[in-house]
Design a protein around this ligand. Structure first.
Ligand code: 13P
Ligand code: ZN
Length: 272
């Protein structure tokens, strides 16, 4: 059967839209940020011959839990602003090999490139999120300006950071009742930061990398994007107000009223 045009596949369109929006929101300067999106193999087979592996690219760790799973992933060193005009160079579609040690390139990275240097954090986070939410599909990383700024001036204690963000707009506790987890500064692009991120992803869908950026996960591109957007909005309110006298606030009691009304359970140990 004739294959459909990959350039119009919904998952390629979704990656183009996400990267363009993220770039224009100022979250992804230069090559900053990366996205991985777990795809449905049957859907990919409508566009690509899955027996045609273009290249085998080793991954620096073992991911047997993801053997056979197919992801579309941004390329390392690639600029989000360029994905829309040239997806085949800036994105790749990879399948994790049967032994979990390699990526089989099915499409993309046309200039000989490879997947993001943050693949360990992405794949390990997918494994962690899938273990608690089998419907999770998207992991995204970016450098949102105000969130980054906040990590320079706010305590990096996970509960204190979450509490401040929840107070910064009424939506927050509803959108991320699981809170944000905060990692101290660590060297990026390593298995170690991947393991630390994935450990946090077992209990929360957003993980802050202090002085670097944010990871967000979700069932759909919209859900992951909306999470990052809401965290960044809260951080923006914080940075606009932190140096001013706080006259009004959302109290813990009001946060609990919100959680009850929207039927979410706020992470334990934060509200007094
Ligand atoms: P890549 O270009 O390898 O995706 O890295 C960008 C980045 O944000 C590193 O944390
Ligand atoms: Zn980064």
């Amino acid at each position: 059967m004739k294959k459909k045009d990959i350039f119009h596949a919904p998952f390629v369109e979704a990656m183009k839209e996400m990267t363009s929006n993220m770039y224009r929101l100022g979250w992804d300067e230069r090559n900053g940020g990366n996205i991985s999106y777990l795809l449905d193999s049957e859907e990919v087979a409508e566009y690509l011959d899955l027996s045609q592996v273009k290249r085998i690219i080793p991954i620096s760790f073992q991911a047997p839990e993801l053997a056979g799973r197919i992801f579309i992933v941004t390329g390392t060193g690639k600029y989000f602003k360029n994905v829309e005009s040239d997806p085949e160079t800036n994105l790749g579609i990879i399948r994790i090999s049967a032994d979990g040690a390699n990526a089989e390139l099915l499409w993309g990275y046309r200039d000989g490139g490879r997947f993001t240097s943050e693949l360990p954090a992405h794949l390990m986070s997918h494994i962690a999120r899938l273990s608690v939410d089998p419907e999770n599909r998207v992991v995204m990383h970016c450098h949102p300006t105000n969130l980054l700024a906040m990590t320079y001036v706010h305590s990096l204690d996970t509960n204190e950071f979450t509490h401040t963000l929840w107070q910064m707009s009424t939506e927050c506790v509803v959108v991320f009742p699981d809170g944000v987890e905060v990692l101290p500064w660590m060297l990026c692009g390593t298995n170690e930061i991947g393991e630390a991120t994935a450990e946090k992803m077992k209990s929360a869908r957003s993980v802050v990398w202090a002085m670097h950026g944010l990871y967000g996960a979700g069932k759909t591109p919209d859900e992951a994007f909306g999470l990052v957007e809401t965290v960044e909005k809260a951080a923006t309110i914080y940075m606009l107000t932190a140096h001013l006298p706080r006259v009004n606030t959302i109290t813990d009691e009001q946060l609990q009223v919100l959680a009850d009304a929207f039927k979410v359970t706020p992470k334990a140990g934060i509200l007094k």
